[in-house]
Design a protein around this ligand. Structure first.
Ligand SMILES: Nc1ncnc2c1ncn2[C@@H]1O[C@H](COP(=O)(O)OP(=O)(O)O)[C@@H](O)[C@H]1O
Ligand SMILES: [Mg+2]
Length: 312
């Protein structure tokens, strides 16, 4: 008999955070990378996932029509039919239905936009997941490239659980590709959105693989764990791309109506100039005092053209 399929539930009380978009993309990517067969389940009465699937020309991933009270039985039936991964989309509300769906989860993914509204809304969903002691991953979705608020969101979320090291950025192809039942990768395999989707799935797949391995020694035979430094420390995210920097963006705590949770504390005082310092409140670059003692001065003068090695 086939083992039990792993169940990943996408949940968040906030509408528009990306549950349907991200779950559909993860399902297709899992199928593409050989983690299938995948079955999708839509528990949202609005049925956005079902509409997307009906518009698809591809038959994979499969779509399973089930009702929540029968979920346990149907997961068993799908497992017996050979499905290895079940991805469940949920409605944007915290209801007893969501709590019931989460009881069947092996992993809960909570997509969040980097906005104060979304951050404020994660609490009740996190509570349900923690009460049931289920593994949880936050995915930051619809981020603006290099915006400061993305990093601040990651720090705020990390107080409650693991934040996926791959961020999905705000791009029209995420919305546009789904209109006719496709994903960003099915529209353009080489797009940046497609590579984010592939990287996010690789991360989730790694998490799921670790849960499947009942004996840690099972993992010794597997390829080394892929790390995600490359995604985090890419030239684009490290501030080296040619993209515009949104320097005017407000920090989280400066946004209207947003205060860092319950601190109510006054802002930290300005660093005061101490008696024996001559700091006048303005940071300046240190004066150029030349190379350290005993080292040759390698600085170029105006006559030495750049791009040619200077030999003294
Ligand atoms: N990364 C993204 N870039 C651009 N648009 C996005 C992105 N993620 C989601 N959207 C759009 O935002 C809207 C809400 O997303 P959706 O997945 O339906 O959220 P939820 O299911 O949580 O309500 C949709 O119109 C979707 O196309
Ligand atoms: Mg939805």
């Amino acid at each position: 008999m086939a083992g039990k399929a792993q169940v990943v539930v996408f949940a968040s009380q906030k509408g528009g955070s990306g549950k349907t978009t991200v779950s559909a993309h993860m399902a297709v990517q899992a199928e593409v990378s050989g983690a299938g067969p995948v079955a999708l389940i839509d528990t949202d009465p609005q049925g956005s996932m079902a509409k997307w699937w009906n518009a698809r020309s591809s038959a994979v991933p499969a779509f399973a029509r089930i009702s929540v009270p029968d979920l346990g039985r149907d997961i068993k039936l799908l497992s017996e039919a050979g499905y290895r991964l079940i991805i469940i989309d949920t409605p944007p509300a915290v209801t007893s239905t969501i709590a019931e769906v989460i009881t069947h989860a092996d992993l809960v993914v909570l997509p969040t936009r980097p906005s104060p509204h979304d951050l404020r809304a994660v609490g009740p969903t996190v509570d349900i997941v923690q009460i049931q002691a289920k593994p949880l991953v936050f995915v930051i979705n619809s981020a603006t490239a290099r915006a400061r608020i993305t990093g601040e969101t990651a720090v705020a979320l990390s107080q409650h659980g693991t934040v996926a090291p791959v961020t999905l950025h705000h791009r029209v192809d995420f919305a546009a590709s789904m209109i006719d039942g496709r994903t960003v990768g099915e529209v353009s395999e080489t797009s940046r959105s497609a590579s984010e989707v592939a990287n996010l799935w690789a991360y989730l797949d790694d998490r799921l693989m670790r849960m499947r391995a009942s004996d840690p020694r099972d993992m010794l035979d597997r390829p080394p764990r892929s790390t995600f430094e490359a995604d985090i420390l890419s030239p684009a995210t490290a501030g080296m791309s040619g993209q515009e920097v949104d320097d005017d963006e407000d920090a989280l705590e400066d946004q209207p109506g947003y205060a860092l949770a319950g601190t109510g504390a006054p802002p930290p005082p300005e660093p005061a100039a101490s008696a024996n310092s001559n700091w006048d409140g303005v940071d300046r670059r240190k004066a150029d005092s030349g190379p350290p003692p005993g080292k040759p001065d390698r600085r170029r003068t105006a006559h030495q053209p750049f791009g040619r090695r200077f030999t003294a």
